[in-house]
Design a protein around this ligand. Structure first.
Ligand SMILES: CC(=O)N[C@H]1[C@@H](OP(=O)(O)OP(=O)(O)OC[C@H]2O[C@@H](n3ccc(=O)[nH]c3=O)[C@H](O)[C@@H]2O)O[C@H](CO)[C@@H](O)[C@@H]1O
Ligand SMILES: C=C(OP(=O)(O)O)C(=O)O
Length: 417
């Protein structure tokens, strides 16, 4: 099993370029099932999750060509299978995003139920509520969701929680429905806007993405489109925290700063110097870090996908901080691993109380999920000695060339097979 070794490193210095957003690329690749012509996607991150969703599309009959590691061409003129197999679905929850496009395109979809995972049970009730409202008949059994419909019909759908995946799945299904669909209380994440922009380039009529109500007028057909994926705000945030935790001076390049306002605000509160310059952010830190409280929320609140990394930072800040996780019910799996490295953290329900220490120690730890893995790398950069990270396949799901990017900033990090 491959491992990542992180040694105590000097303050990080230099420039790191941020890749395209995983959470945009995955739904956008899935949405390509809706078009009957060639789609060309650029700024695709080089990730295991992208490989998996491409395999899912191929299994459904689409012609997927990797032009290079950042560019994919997809032709879905012929889709001859409506079943997404368990063998692929189990590798990644986001594969469920093919359900909406399949239903819209073929009037039929049979998709393996995504499993729960380390960060919570992650139900799909809101996705199914949306499909039902559009007229689909849904059956769940034997580990699969099966949906059928003669013709999807637009409807008004209120989401009890602004679920990112449910908003995307319903939005994609509604593009080819008869009439108008309104999604009330949708997710407002930048990745939703990126998906809507792509769908509109394909010929859809989606308005209001990024606001509290999305209106989709169904069209007869979607065609092809070229699209450049937005930068990954979570990857950017992770390198910003890396600069802060090591007392470094790093330029994070290719960032849309509007997308990471809460992360910038919290870093500033913690005493980190941040200078924004177009699509670059300079992150400089040389004084002690101050403890600050954080509460995760749907966008535009502080992202849950940055919670673990911020906890590593607070583990070495001066004072006590409280981090409240409101999006996922079980996203504190990294806490026990950070404690193995000497962090002082107590969990009380959905809150973590972190008493800063000035000494973390390297230890063998495991990446319990993607962002937990990132958080442990960050802790490893300042821990005495060597940190050995196991279960790193989670990290490869979401970070492009992570060791190379960190090493280019002076970090001592390498992979052993
Ligand atoms: C590929 C992708 O984009 N992944 C992101 C997406 O995941 P994902 O789309 O799975 O996250 P959701 O926004 O759907 O989930 C948020 C909350 O809603 C709940 N829920 C969701 C759907 C549903 O039908 N019923 C229900 O109760 C979930 O259990 C969770 O507690 O948004 C999350 C929240 O920002 C991020 O952490 C993930 O990185
Ligand atoms: C939870 C995450 O992703 P996914 O929804 O793909 O599991 C994440 O990116 O942190």
């Amino acid at each position: 099993m491959a491992k990542i070794i992180v040694e105590k490193s000097p303050p990080l210095k230099g420039t790191v370029r941020i890749s395209g957003a995983k959470n945009s690329a995955l739904p956008i690749i899935a949405a390509s099932l809706l078009g009957t012509e060639n789609c060309v996607l650029e700024n695709i991150p080089d990730l295991r999750d992208v490989d998996v969703i491409c395999e899912v599309l191929t299994a459904l009959g689409a012609d997927v060509k990797r032009i290079n590691r950042e560019k994919i061409e997809i032709n879905s003129a012929v889709i001859d299978n409506y079943e997404a197999p368990y063998s692929l679905m189990r590798k990644m929850r986001a594969s469920f995003l093919v359900m909406g496009p399949l239903l819209a395109r073929m009037g039929k979809a049979r998709v393996s139920l995504p499993g729960g995972c380390a960060i919570g049970t992650r139900p799909i009730d809101l996705h199914l509520k949306g499909f039902k409202a559009l007229g689909a008949e849904i059956q769940v059994g034997h580990g699969f969701v099966e949906a059928t419909v003669d013709k999807l019909k637009g409807n008004k759908i209120y989401l009890d929680f602004p679920s990112v995946g449910a908003t995307e799945n319903i939005m994609m299904a509604a593009t080819l429905a008869e009439g108008e669909t309104i999604i009330e209380n949708p997710a407002q994440e930048p990745e939703i806007v990126d998906l809507a922009n792509y769908l509109n380039k394909m010929g859809a009529d989606v308005k209001g993405a990024g606001t509290s109500s999305i209106r989709i007028r169904g069209v007869k057909e979607l065609k092809g489109a070229d699209h450049f994926i937005i930068p990954d705000r979570i990857e950017a945030g992770t390198y910003m925290v890396a600069a802060a935790i090591t007392g470094g001076d790093v330029y994070v390049d290719n960032v849309l700063t509007n997308h990471i306002k809460p992360v910038i605000a919290k870093l500033k509160e913690a005493g980190v110097e941040i200078t924004e310059d177009g699509d670059k952010v300079r992150v400089k830190s040389n004084g002690p870090l101050k403890a600050v409280d954080v509460k995760t929320l749907p966008y535009p609140g502080f992202p849950t996908d940055m919670q673990a990394q911020f906890m590593s930072l607070m583990s070495v800040a001066e004072g006590t901080s409280v981090i409240i996780e409101t999006v996922f019910e079980n996203r504190f799996m990294h806490v026990d691993e950070l404690k193995r490295m000497g962090a002082n953290i107590n969990i009380e329900g959905r809150s973590a109380v972190i008493k800063g220490t000035n000494k973390l120690m390297g230890a063998p730890v495991k990446a319990t999920d993607l962002r937990a893995g990132a958080a442990l790398i960050l802790a490893g950069l300042i821990a005495e000695g060597s940190t050995e990270l196991n279960n790193i396949y989670h990290i490869d799901r979401g970070y492009t060339n992570i060791e190379e990017k960190f090493r280019s900033l002076g970090a001592k990090i390498y992979r052993v097979e």
